[in-house]
Design a binder for this molecule. Structure first.
Ligand code: PHE
Length: 455
């Protein structure tokens, strides 16, 4: 057994706080911004089906493994991996899995913050009432005006990074968790209102059938990789975010139950967002494959037409900012925890350094939508933002998740995982183990090989 039963960074005061924090990490731009647009780009139903399958057979077992490793290690992911590898008599090289996660977190946050900045900008636009009665064209123009202006994007990106660092500096257990406990349910209710509006358009059925009728002829091999990558991204897996939150989890809380709650809430939010957005897309003759601007170009049309629209639009974008905020802090927490543990920094200093580095990198994404958007600045047909997103979500996270699975079931003694999960050798435990031993590694490797054209 590990000696250290509580992290030096403190501990969540209850299991519910952990569920909230982990849900706060999982539910974010991935659900409301990314899921709808990549679904639109990848043909709908078949893509959604693969995504759901990946959540069930890969995402859920890996989330349990990450929480388990975190709670057993009680340190930042780098030190957790180093410590657990030593405890299990395994190679010290496992600590590099922690490093890869830290890097992935910084890369993701660098662009995440820019998109969260769009949401902030939309709060300002919504409050001023610009969406009232606006046509699809007018709404589209608001979006293109915003992203074509690097200065404005930079300003919003900066504001969001500062917001994130302030919370991280004060410790993740501070005020934000309490705020999230009200705001997440509010976001949920607002999404339901939006789905209600979508039902009133005469294209609700079109939207549903786009999302839920699989047509495998529309799914490319790259689409399968993107669906799998998104399962990792949306559940915050494969980079240590959930691991570091797990390290603050008190003993004797059921990791399995907690995981089901988080994964269930996350999936529900994504599906609701899809059900709100696609009917609006079809009702207004918009293009489902229009890319990262999709949410920003569709939901405002709906708000513009409903009674109290300015109020609802403002509230929605505020809630989206909060959802992004509670995800952003978990992206940088592994690095900050490591700086505090190993570099003897205060949380404040650690947050400042981590934040400045990430902010700087974010400028690449800011420019991807304007100055550097041209073909001559692209690599493999992708802008800097596209490359970062592809590399992290579709390669780094699945690879990180795969290695986490390998460590949890092939490197750790069976007894250690049974102890930490507080499970005996039941069918549930055996199923978990089987999925991680065989299904996860085989699935991830097959999808990779297929994506690079080897099979
Ligand atoms: N899960 C978050 C979202 O869906 C993003 C995220 C990815 C957060 C990886 C932490 C780690 O928005």
């Amino acid at each position: 057994m590990s000696q250290l039963r509580e992290s030096i960074h403190g501990q969540w005061s209850s299991r519910w706080i952990f569920v909230l924090a982990a849900t706060g990490s999982a539910v974010g731009l991935g659900n409301i911004w990314k899921f709808p647009y990549i679904t639109g780009e990848n043909g709908g139903g078949a893509f959604v089906l693969i995504y759901l399958l990946c959540i069930a057979v890969i995402g859920i077992p890996i989330m349990m493994a990450e929480i388990m490793l975190g709670r057993r290690g009680r340190r930042s992911p780098i030190n957790t991996m180093r410590h657990l590898a030593a405890e299990e008599g395994r190679s010290p090289l496992w600590q590099y899995l922690g490093w890869a996660g830290v890097l992935a977190g910084v890369l993701i946050l660098s662009y995440y913050s820019v998109i969260a900045g769009w949401s902030l900008a939309y709060v300002a636009r919504a409050v001023s009432g610009v969406f009232e009665g606006a046509t699809a064209d007018a709404v589209g123009l608001v979006f293109s005006d915003l992203v074509s202006d690097p200065e404005r994007l930079l300003a919003w990106h900066t504001i969001f990074m500062v917001m994130t660092m302030v919370v991280v500096a004060r410790g993740v257990k501070g005020g934000l968790e309490k705020a999230v406990s009200y705001l997440m349910p509010a976001l949920f209710v607002l999404l339901i209102i939006l789905v209600g509006y979508a039902m009133s358009t005469d294209h609700f059925v079109d939207g549903l059938s786009f999302l839920f009728t699989p047509d495998f002829s529309k799914l490319t091999t790259d689409g399968v990789l993107i669906a799998m990558g998104h399962a990792f991204f949306t559940l915050s897996l494969g980079m240590g975010a959930i691991m570091v939150y797990g390290s603050y989890l008190p003993e004797h809380t059921s990791i399995a139950k907690t995981t089901f709650m988080v994964a269930g809430a996350d999936t529900l939010v994504a599906l609701l967002a899809g059900m709100a957005i696609f009917p609006i897309v079809f009702a207004n003759g918009l293009e489902p494959a229009s890319g990262p601007g999709l949410v920003f170009q569709t939901l405002p049309i709906a708000f513009g037409q409903m009674p109290g629209g300015t109020f609802f639009a403002s509230l929605f974008f505020v809630l989206l900012v909060f959802a992004a905020w509670s995800s952003a802090i978990s992206l940088i927490e592994p690095l900050v925890a490591w700086l505090v543990e190993n570099k003897n920094m205060t949380r404040i200093m650690a947050s400042v350094w981590a934040g400045m580095g990430t902010w700087l990198l974010g400028i690449g994404t800011v420019l991807s939508f304007n100055v550097l958007s041209g073909k001559e600045y692209q690599l493999f047909d992708k802008t800097f933002f596209d490359l970062l997103d592809y590399l992290t979500a579709n390669i780094m996270l699945p690879l990180g998740g795969l290695l986490i699975a390998v460590f949890a079931v092939w490197q750790m003694r069976k007894q250690s995982s049974m102890d930490e999960l507080e499970m005996s050798n039941t069918t549930g435990y055996q199923l978990w183990r089987f999925l991680l031993q065989y299904i996860t590694p085989i699935a991830v490797v097959l999808v990779f090989l297929r994506a690079i054209g080897v099979i």
